[in-house]
Design a protein around this ligand. Sequence first.
Ligand code: ADP
Ligand code: MG
Length: 693
Amino acid sequence: MKISKLKGIGSIKLNALAKEGIHCAQDLLFFFPRRYLDRTNVQKIGQLRGVGEKVTVAGTISQISEQGFKAKKRLEIVVKDETGGLKAVWFKGGYYIKQRFKVGQKIALFGTVKQFGRHLSIAHPETDDLHKISDLADFSSIVAIYPSGQHFHKARLYNSDIQNWITQLLNQSCLDSLIPEFIPDYIRRTYGFPYRADAIRAIHTPSSQEAHKQALRRFKFEEFFLFQLSMERIHGERRKAKIGPILKKSIPNTRLYFDQLIPFKLTSGQRSALRDINDDVRSGRQMNRLIQGDVGVGKTVVAMGALLMAVDNGYQGALVAPTEILAEQHFTGLRKAFSELNISIRLLVGGQKTGLRRDVLTDIEGGGCNIIVGTHAVIQKEVHFHNLGMVVIDEQHRFGVQQRAALLHKANNPHILVMSATPIPRSLAMSLYADLDISKIKGLPKGRKTIRTAIRSEKKRADVYHFIEQEISDGGQIYYIYPLIEESEVLDLKDATAGFEKIRRRFPSARVALLHGRIKSGEKDAKMQSFAKGEIDILVSTTVVEVGVDVPNASTMIIEHAERFGLSQLHQLRGRIGRGSRQGYCILIPDNAVSKSGAVRLKTMEKTTDGFEIAEIDLKLRGPGDFLGTKQSGLPDFKFADIIQDQDLLETAKNQARELMLRDFLLSEQEHLELKQYFESYYHEKQQLYGLA
Ligand code: ADP
Ligand code: MG
């Protein structure tokens, strides 16, 4: 049904709706309320008692006044109900807010009550325009408040309009066909999800808070369910249809000589990860595997093994890392480990000289080079592989799903191995990596000592310096990390540079070097190498060493302004030490003023070195988006559901989706037709995102 046919929806309003992406009846029905005004909860102004209480009040605007100059204008409005009056105050931006109000208008306010002088007031409340709401609201005690679209105000499109139109739609006899059910009956019944059309009704005109909750739960499930179905399908399709290079030779050969290339005995975790990879690459199917293991468990060795499997079978291998420093380290490490084998390894990073770059590109395309190690540069268009058989992505959480897909397109279904040190909590892993097989490496190599972490205030700085002196004279090496200042490389640099001078003056006999992102690639590598060789005592650095860097003799890390770092970041940074047999020490020096969450972060670091525990806490502190960083574009964007809070639903959705896929429901001609139909269009989009289409 066309929404233009609804009563009271002239072309201006139609237009405003279109600008908010609402074009048809379904769009309108899925325009969910932002909040509900539970009229049983609206308080009388005269009876407000508690200061500091969060309340909803409703009344008529009796007065609007402003003070101050334009942008800084302070706005006050007085709202009255039958029992008294209350002031709502905006200290900033009053000029703009004022346009929303006029005297005589009915509004609802939601916010925290404060006492100013003798009067009660609410600062910066949320407001709802109650224009005509009350007549309509007689139907139910819970009134839906819709998001006010940017273009609504100008079009004189009010909450009451939306309520009115939606009510018209809800009264249609064809609501069931507008909102067809697609979740199979047995699932719906098992978990008590309301019918789709009923749930829509309960979202817009809930009879109770409980009814609303159940409806929302259904839509959350729906979202997870479709997502998980597509993940299962992608997974399944890769397993079934995606033919990967068969790396048969790996079994007889790798085993025999791989151990001899590595100067230590592999841990059981490393072995079993290599075994998983081995099974994958011989199966004839394309491997899509995640190696998950905390910092320092030794993932690089596993990557080496995987690359070698490709090379032994005449394929190229690529190892991609998020930073230049890490790529260079891997490059050096691989060359050293494979020096006896006749393997050509090349480095491809940004900022290489044109001639060299051209040379490398030719070598990759011609097949002269067996292993390519590099940064994002490897993903670029100009890079053509001769016969890429294995892609390893290190610190994969720094890359997005799209980048992974781009690499896939570089060859005919190469095997993919992604490695992550960020222990991703289970719920996140289920959404992010639903299309991957996972091998976990638990347990650090033998002989590691638990890093000791301490918070030291400014007052103790002299002690810290003394400690550094001792460590150096004892043959240790120090990372001295300067903070992140608002994500700005320039400012970071300034801070680290000043810090470097300070450290140099304080430790005149020590060999001190400075490392940051602005240093040229070659030089960066040279500095890292001389640090690795023990020619530098104190490496003053920005967070460029955050991921992957491996200098086992460096056992002490000092972090200035530690409160400015995120938890996972601190954990990654600290992962640079404690990589050898020396006792590791991490000293966090916070600023004097530390926020509450800052203090939680520091305490957590002091308390535990368990990456998993740290990740869980970090996730709680920051939410999934920030936890993964903006780079992580692969996080599915759920409209209703929250992967942390609704974890149980996510799990249910996963199990149900898996079972359906195992039963090959897509092939059946009678069953779940609605689901199949609905799923096809949803899946189409996902397919592209994951590089399958
Ligand atoms: P991560 O998992 O953080 O990437 P790395 O692969 O960088 O860890 O390994 C950390 C350090 O441990 C390196 O110095 C590496 O040489 C060493 N290492 C890896 N595996 C073992 C092992 N089985 N026994 C002893 N040392 C190991
Ligand atoms: Mg690593």
